[in-house]
Design a protein around this ligand. Structure first.
Ligand code: GGG
Length: 359
């Protein structure tokens, strides 16, 4: 029996509502599969914790988290706490502190009716964005000079180290080779004349070790257009931290919205826990109403299972999501349904159980 220790950080807004449904799925898997068991510990960190304690996470929070096998996070951010505080002191702190330098964000259309791109099919939109997750534009390097004065200047410096750039590009090549797919690098070397020229050079350099992988290189502006006009161009994409964040919101838009977009923050060396989260934020406008779409959070469970080497469970979860969407019976309002988050979670668990019984 394999026992996995999972740290739960439901966080803010709709975070707790969607994480509850993901946990329901994990508890169901444990019931069905007697080779697996999950131990959960919930941490109260987030904006409410900040308002009470002046910090987003306990002083020794990283120490408390470091021995878990995975972190399952809901959402971060709430009115009353500046967004840069909540993001930097919780989500980015964990990504950076645990060297989760790979952010895996699938852009997969499960049912063509979900896409605003009426001509595009499930075959046309099926790719993986590998986002650099530890440095780049999110390095946090900069300064704020002469604050409040007429000569005020702010500096936000992108940091692209050889180690950081090479390792993410190499990871992407390995993934492309494993999946026998092409790899597209997205950058902006015409304007960002240091960082992105460097990025492009490293992409070419590393590509020499992977002659079996077909490569493409686009500027981020052109790539944004192709995400919408010709998403079929993409199979595996590698890009920087900020570009990856923005492009995957376009990815979510063309596949049915933020309620379906998942992301895994991976420390490939497994020296530290990896973290699994829906891409969406805390959505304060619908928080507490019980109508948040839990599917992205459930998809994060599939990514977690794959990380644990349980690929069959990962596939089964994604296939069950697909069936649930195709049926159109039990869906939250963002997908045109009338069901609550909890009803979607319960129905999902019922379908997952039936799928395993029928195997
Ligand atoms: N689900 C986690 C969350 O709340 N994400 C919101 C966000 O702003 N994320 C920024 C990022 O992924 O870099």
């Amino acid at each position: 029996m394999k026992e996995w220790k999972i740290a739960l950080i439901p966080g803010d807004g709709i975070g707790p509502e969607v994480v509850a449904e993901g946990v329901k799925v994990l508890k169901n898997i444990e019931k069905i599969d007697d080779t697996l068991s999950f131990q959960f510990h919930e941490f109260p960190w987030g904006c409410e914790y900040y308002l009470e304690n002046g910090k987003m996470i306990a002083e020794d929070g990283m120490e408390q988290l470091k021995d878990y096998d995975a972190i399952y996070l809901g959402a971060v951010g709430y009115p009353g706490v500046p967004d840069h505080i909540s993001l930097w002191e919780l989500l980015l702190r964990i990504r950076k502190g645990f060297d989760q330098y790979v952010n895996l964000r699938p852009v997969t259309l499960l049912n063509r009716e979900l896409s605003p791109l009426k001509e595009k099919t499930e075959e046309d939109i099926d790719f993986l964005v590998i986002r650099e997750n530890s440095e780049g534009e999110y390095a946090g390097a900069g300064d704020w000079l002469f604050k409040g004065k007429p000569e005020e200047v702010v500096l936000q410096t992108g940091v692209f180290s050889r180690k950081g750039t090479e390792r993410i590009i190499r990871y992407a090549f390995e993934e492309a080779r494993k999946q026998k797919k092409s790899l597209t690098s997205i950058s902006k070397a015409n304007a960002l004349n240091y960082s992105m020229v460097f990025w492009d050079e490293i992409f070419v350099e590393v590509s020499k070790e992977y002659p079996d992988v077909a490569t493409f290189s686009y500027l981020v502006d052109a790539a944004s257009m192709f995400f919408v006009m010709q998403p079929e161009r993409f199979e595996i994409v590698v890009t920087s931290n900020l570009f990856g964040d923005i492009l995957t919101d376009i990815g979510a838009a063309i596949t049915g919205g933020m309620g379906l977009a998942t992301g895994a923050n991976i420390n490939p060396e497994r020296k530290f826990p990896s973290m699994f989260e829906p891409v969406h934020g805390s959505a304060p406008d619908i928080a507490g109403k019980g109508v948040a779409n839990p599917i992205a959070a459930i998809w994060s469970v599939a990514q977690m299972m794959e990380h644990f080497g349980e690929d069959l469970w990962g596939d089964l979860i994604v296939n069950t999501i697909k069936e649930l969407i195709n049926e159109k019976r039990v869906l939250t309002p963002d997908l045109g349904g009338k069901s609550t988050s909890s009803e979607v979670g319960d129905y999902f668990v019922q379908k997952l159980t039936n799928a395993t019984v029928n195997k």
